[in-house]
Design a protein around this ligand. Sequence first.
Ligand SMILES: [Ca+2]
Length: 351
Amino acid sequence: MKGVERRRRPGAAATVLLASGWLLAAPAAFAAGDLGATIRHGVGWMGSLLRRAPDAPSVSPPPPAVPAGMAPIAGGRFRMGDAFGEGGADEGPLRERVVAGFYMDLTEVTLARWQQVSAWGEARGYDLVFSGAAGVATNHPVHYVSWYDCVKWCNARSEMEGLAPCYTVGGEPYRSGESAPVCDGAADGYRLPTEAEWEYAARGGAAGRRFPWDGADDIGPDRANYRGGALGYDRGGRDGYHPRYEGGAMPFTSPVAAFPANGYGLYDMAGNVWEWCWDWYDAAAYASAENLPQGPSFGTLRVLRGGSWYDRADRCRVAGRNSLTPRGSGSDLGFRTVRALPRPAAGGAGE
Ligand SMILES: [Ca+2]
């Protein structure tokens, strides 16, 4: 079976794999399939998030606008890892982790958005050439993107929009080559989510679930683009790719936001394409109770989360972990970005 060829440069490490995770938190039930409603809801929620303290001046500043196409996610504590005892050894033990608030893209980065930012960046010194970025259509997720290229692309998108790039090498914005950049999580630009941020967001505010949705721990083709199989919690009743998207040449990705959003308004947190995270992969990451906001400080592989159109339901669990050399890519690999929430104004309140 071909399909998800993973491309590696000569000398690159092999794919590793496997699994982990769980949850907590906050707000709303966003209207599935209605991006506008999601954004409007987000604005209201951010307003409450940043409301002034009881002793603050009577006139409070207007709440900051939520960036277009992103959801505001309040920080909190959650249980990260496999609560069902069914995942890989790297998915446990369960750990309480603390995540600060952030904005996250509602959808995986589309081919159209990738091309728009890449064209801008490549005319200004960015090299995004390690991967052969592609997509089934402009409204499908981009795939064949390496971790290096995704990180540089985040910086390009930041600069294109007049925001501060998060990733630097030697104090300069990371724009070319293969590096392990420093990430300034306080910068207002775009970056990859950390592994903890990704899992926290994927859980959508529900606790102890197997998948990104609340109220059920099973999965079917009405919920996500994944490959059906014989797992007990896969009610698809079909051994094969998603019936609506298979056919023709692989890959069988779906347009972004083709399935209901989770509790935070995020689409395709299960399936469609795997999503790169910032963290170095460490199979023993949960052995420590220490909260490391940016994950391990070194490694050879970077984390991927969420499963894909090519994967069985078990790979699409919110706790599932995967990893790949940062120069690798595949027709099942993509990403989405996050941004820091605005800091409370000096003398202001905020929570
Ligand atoms: Ca995905």
